[in-house]
Design a protein around this ligand. Sequence first.
Ligand code: SF4
Length: 334
Amino acid sequence: MRPFSYIRPTTTEEAVDAFARAETGACFIAGGTTLYDLMKLNIERPAHLIDVTAIEGLNTIDTSGDRLRFGALAPMSAVAADPVVAGDYPVLVEALSKAASQQLRNMATVGGNLLQRTRCMYFRNGADGVYPCNKREPGSGCAAIGGLDRGQAVLGVSASCNAVSPGDWPVALTAMDASVEIAGPAGQRRVPIAELYRLPGETPHLEFTLVPGELITAIEVPRSGTARASTYHKIRDRESYAFALASAAVALEMQGDYVTRARIALGGVATRPWRAAEAEAALTGQRLTPESAVEAGRAAFRTAQPGRHNGFKLELGARTIADALLIAAERSRS
Ligand code: SF4
């Protein structure tokens, strides 16, 4: 057991100030569904916990404007149950509903979920020094490369790390061109969600572009009249409470059988939520058929770098995209 201090500020400003006043080792905490796990595994060792759950106004859900706006503290289950989201944005609902378990979705917040850390087993199970891990101990090496890598990434990998980005919700938000509102020591800023995540490169311990003391306060998704033609398709070893082996978030705009615009993002196969620009380009202007859908799916993996045991993800990922495209196209007709 490691001692830590605990405070519960009631405004964003107080929370940011508290982080700045802490000398080192401060962490924000909301639902706690990731951080407490990592503390028990001795991977996270905060000296100060700043509980942000008492901050007013950060748990609101507003679907009345030209953007859907989700306060960072809104529970995942509450966003999935919102009538507008549930009725018009299947890609968002499915990504939320296929994550974790109902109990965890009731606790976990939509802001905290964006910062979920990898499930790489060498990262999570090696804090006693059994396995080298550049993400946990920079410069120590990577046990996954050349090791048991069935679940590891094939896109965005580096010689230092091939850990999969584990989330579902960030993948759906990436396909929907969402943005994230951030408060911090330098004030407020907003970034496209794609810019929240770093590739591992030579510094896999740096996973996000947040600077110390910054706090996600809201997520915004542009409203879309065609969002019903969307889906989040998730393939996993068992049908519930499991992370994706491959997943695809797809939103389509169609004219008849032809694709005028495709938005595709991938999970379970890449080191960060992965926008599949090659697949989007392969489809745009094309007639969508089972064959062209698989061809577009394969385009997404042309630059893939599989390891020893995860080469199956290339074809699985391509077919996951293809199935998602056909589901979204069917919804565009209803
Ligand atoms: Fe660590 Fe990344 Fe290697 Fe996993 S893949 S052991 S997280 S460096």
